[in-house]
Each structure stands twice: as C-alpha cells, then as structure tokens.
Design a protein around this ligand. Structure first.
Ligand SMILES: [Zn+2]
Ligand SMILES: [Zn+2]
Ligand SMILES: [Zn+2]
Length: 186
C-alpha cells in the first residue's frame, strides 16, 4: 500500500471524488429506503468539499452562504443522518466530519490525520478491525461506532518540510484555515 492510495494527491480530480461519493449515497439510501433529502445531500457534498475534516460551524456557514435557511440543529440532524448511514465519519479530536469512501462496507474508520495539511486519509486494515472486534467481544462490549484516529504527518508534508514555509498547525487552526470549496454539482 503506497501513501498515494489513501492520501489524495494535490492534483487529483476531486470532482470525481465528490461525484462518486454522491452517487454512492444515492444508491445506498435508495436501497435502504431512507431519504437523502436535498439538505442532507448538500451537507454531504459540503463535507466532501475537501479531504480535510470540516466542522459543523463551517458547514452551517456554507449553507447560509447559499441562502438556505439553516439553523445549527438542522445541520446536526443532517450530520446525524449521514453518520448513521455511514456516509461520513466524525473525527473526534477535531470535532469535525469527513466523507467515507466505502459507506457500503461495514468497517471501522481508521484515519491517518496529517497535522500539517489537515487531510484525513481513511484506511481499513482488517487486522486492526479484527483486533478491535476481538477486544470488545472479550470485554462483553457492544460497539456502536468505532473510529481510530492517528495523528501525524503525511508523506507529502514530510517531503516539503525542508522548505521551512510550513508550520505545524494547532487543532483550532484547521477550522480557521479550512476554507470552503463548494463543489460543482451535477
Ligand atoms: Zn478528492
Ligand atoms: Zn469509512
Ligand atoms: Zn500532510
């Protein structure tokens, strides 16, 4: 497994990521008989606006910027729905959300979160999953949601570390600097 396989390159076709995620969500919700309302779909699209986890506040701002009537509970309800369906994951240490690339498959979200560029890359190592399941079962514990968060620095940021222009960002900087990139839809 090369870093490229889970860390998106700087010049990748992100429109494709978004389109694939929305397609998957449409299909998944239709099969499950749950409603991917316009708002839920738009929130999912905004979460997928970038590969950095995005906080609820920025999502709310994004919706307001589009002239939608959106109150925080509306956004949280939409996020709850997306979490329930496995379409997004919550990165607890950032209190932020990131799209899931394989919502159809039962898996534990295992995230490598880069402290420099902020990208959260999801891996799904079956051995990690098995170890968690095994440990939980042995403890008589019923798992409802499991996300493994690993903080560090991605390969590309390590390569560019010599340039001296980048500094490690604190957690709150993610939110300040996490710009919104509304994606083209359709
Ligand atoms: Zn992408
Ligand atoms: Zn996932
Ligand atoms: Zn990075």
């Amino acid at each position: 497994m090369t870093p490229e396989t889970i860390f998106p390159g700087p010049h990748h076709d992100h429109g494709h990521c978004v389109a694939a995620a929305l397609d998957a969500a449409d299909g998944l919700c239709a099969r499950r008989g749950v409603r991917l309302t316009t708002l839920r779909r738009r929130v999912l699209e905004l979460v997928w606006g970038q590969h950095e986890p995005v906080g609820a506040y920025l999502l709310l701002e994004g919706l307001k910027a589009e002239g939608r009537q959106a109150a925080p509970p509306t956004v949280y309800r939409a996020l709850d729905f997306l979490l329930e369906q496995g379409l997004i994951h919550r990165i607890a240490h950032l209190n932020a959300f990131v799209g899931c690339r394989q919502p159809e498959l039962p898996h534990t979200g295992q995230f490598l979160v880069c402290r420099r560029c902020g990208i959260a890359a999801e891996m799904d190592d079956s051995k990690v999953r098995a170890a968690i399941e095994h440990g939980a079962r042995a403890a008589g514990f019923t798992v409802h949601n499991s996300v493994v968060e690993i903080e560090g620095v991605c390969a590309r940021c390590q390569e560019s570390a010599g340039s001296g222009e980048k500094e490690e960002r604190g957690e709150s900087a993610y939110f300040a600097q996490n710009r919104f990139h509304p994606t083209r839809s359709g």
